[in-house]
Design a protein around this ligand. Sequence first.
Ligand code: ZN
Length: 416
Amino acid sequence: MTAQLISGLCEQLDASPTSFHLVDFIAKQLTAAKFLDCTDQKQISKSASNGFIRRAGSLIAWKTHAKHLDQFRIIGAHTDSPCLKVKPNPDENRFGWKTLQVEIYGSPLLNSWLDRDLGIAGRVVLRDGSVRLFHDSNPLARISQLAIHLDRDVNEKGLVLDKHLHLSPAWATTTNATEFTDWVAEKINAKTGEVISFDANLFDTSPAKIIGVDGSLLASGRLDNQASCWAAISALIASQENQATSIVALFDHEEVGSSSATGAAGPFLEHTLERLAAANDLGRVEFLQALSQSSCVSADNAHAVHHNYPERHDLANAPVINQGPAIKINSNQRYATSSTSAALFVRACESANVEYQTFVSKNNMPCGTTIGPITATRLGIDTVDVGIPQLSMHSAREVCGVPDLISMQKALTSYL
Ligand code: ZN
């Protein structure tokens, strides 16, 4: 029965090998739920009480409930995941293999990309200015690991991959096999000469799967952070009438620091909130007043205690799998959580009747960061960092708990 509750997430994960595909998937989902696509509107009209704006791999959606806009309740998450991207002019011939040159995006666990059946997806910009997505989930490419006979002490010394030499996937062995740009053009039924540029990611073609003898786990690529995007969007669609304006802000480029035109450090959220305020007849001062009354939940997955490595955690504040979303705390502001914002999320969990936990990293182990501190810094809004516990973060195939996903979705709905 719980599997049914996350079938939408599995569908989303399989349809979204890139941030562009994810935004496309979510835009269709929002349109079906009667949200108006305001991407190309010069002015957001007041009648667009439920709407969204997309910008490449980022999207902001809103639901205005109250007659008068005087505060925002924001959920933030990121749409991108670490991966391997195909470089321009990628084609190479090596000893009978046709290979592709790749660039590393973010910080993937590189070993997890070896010996997998890889598909290729991305977007293409054509000479006429149009942008088209492509997605081929056939197993097309493979990065093979060196045999143990040629790397005798790999199990003792660990695998060391040279980032430039050892990550090129092979995708053909015949000398007359297609060149990459010709293949991309073919994918969108265009001529090679029409393609000006492309973004192309490799991805693991294995679909999202519920695993475990009790069916309590979900394995897939990109759970960090598409799981939070799913929980946030389904919470927004489900949210009921209340006093605040509900916002979901999904940003690209978190895995590379968020500093980009569409990243959380850019102006996309601030500008969209201000445009929404203007659509609701608020002046600049009233808009700033609304910001001061607002709050933000930054949702991004946390590290569950690993059954084989419990010593990596501070066990008093270590999230256990399937015991609820974790509130992430770091006094050095790598997470934005304050005691007041933590209390806000606790109240949301309590009213949704779901368990919650806390995560603080060990003092000798620096923790990651999220879009939380960036959003808090830009807008001056009290922000809490939360996330469901998972293992294998940044692997090509990660794992999280099914009950945790449902708890997060309920807690976020209650927050909005
Ligand atoms: Zn993340």
